[in-house]
Design a protein around this ligand. Structure first.
Ligand SMILES: Cc1ncc(COP(=O)(O)O)c(C=O)c1O
Length: 296
């Protein structure tokens, strides 16, 4: 082996992201495999892309797709599996393919009716199976899935305190969390159940618009019928385990909240509440702006 060359197993492993061109019924911002989506390589160019990977001395290990998120229509996954396995079979004429990765996307329940109808991982497996059983592959391939939301989405609650109730053209409830903490309602018009945590069991009385403290009119969590809300009440926004904290920011100089793990009746702090000091931690002020003499 010449100096600088790499052995077979030292090669960087590369999978090729495919755009299977599948139209899904979900929010347009989380549909990722439309013909017009920015992700993936068109099916007809995948063979050439794999040749390129090998020509560059990289180790081709599989093909990958992710059709989108919050998908309830399981036929979409069957269609994706069929397309990806057809591509894998074609690639096997020249390449060794270890795996076909079909990404994530299994929908979860946010609304009460979605909660009743959300597909299970078993339903997902049943959707894929026929495609794998009928695939014409030279060699078997591993199936990889990347579930995200369906594992953690329903596992978290955002607790936020009512700062004010304003009666105007609407009844506004202003809370101390904003879209910097949970962006899904503002970004996708997403629905999250909202409860008054300290008034569980009290009959809903009025329609409220629940808003955050950011200087943006879109800083709204939703409109809900709730029990009478007063300053100091705690609202619980449900199902924020996925794309909640991970999409949070310090926008508008708002520190992010603490995270608490609750398990078997035990509550443990797992992330500290941010402080104003955290905003400055990574800032660098050039000395010239502090009035120190400049070198000429
Ligand atoms: C490549 C890829 N895999 C998996 C996921 C997880 O998707 P979900 O949370 O919908 O299961 C995503 C989400 O964007 C993704 O982009």
């Amino acid at each position: 082996m010449s100096q600088g060359s790499v052995s077979e197993d030292e090669r960087v492993r590369v999978a090729v992201r495919v755009n299977p061109e599948i139209s899904v019924r979900t929010h347009p911002k989380i549909a990722t495999a439309l013909k017009t989506s920015k992700f993936g390589i068109p099916a007809e160019e995948v063979f050439a892309a794999c040749s390129y990977v090998e020509r560059r001395g990289l180790a081709l290990c599989g093909i990958h797709c992710h059709v989108g998120s919050q998908i309830f229509e399981l036929s979409v996954f069957r269609e994706a599996a069929e397309k990806m396995l057809r591509i894998a079979s074609h690639l096997q004429q020249k390449f060794e393919i270890d795996f076909v990765d079909l990404g994530g996307g299994l929908g979860i329940g946010y609304t009460p009716s979605e909660k009743k109808n959300a597909p299970t991982p078993k339903d997902l497996a049943h959707a894929f199976m026929p495609a794998f059983k009928s695939a014409r592959l030279k060699e078997p391939v591993k199936l990889i899935l990347e579930p995200g939301r369906s594992i953690v989405g329903n596992a978290s609650i955002l607790l936020t305190k009512v700062q004010a109730v304003k009666r105007a053209a609407k009844n506004f409830v202003a809370v101390d969390a904003g879209f910097n903490i949970l962006v899904r309602p503002a970004m996708y018009g997403a629905y999250h159940e909202i409860l008054v945590a300290n008034k569980i069991g009290v009959e809903p009385a009025e329609e409220y618009t629940i808003v955050g403290p950011l200087c943006e009119s879109g800083d709204i969590f939703g409109e809900r019928r709730l029990p009478p809300v007063e300053r100091g009440d705690i609202l619980a926004i449900l199902d924020v385990g996925a794309y909640g904290f991970s999409m949070s920011s310090q926008y508008n100089m708002r520190p992010r909240c603490a995270e608490v793990l609750v398990s078997n009746g035990r509550a443990e702090l797992v992330r500290e509440r941010e402080t104003f000091g955290d905003f400055l931690r990574h800032q660098i002020i050039p000395p010239r702006l502090l009035g120190f003499p400049c070198e000429t």
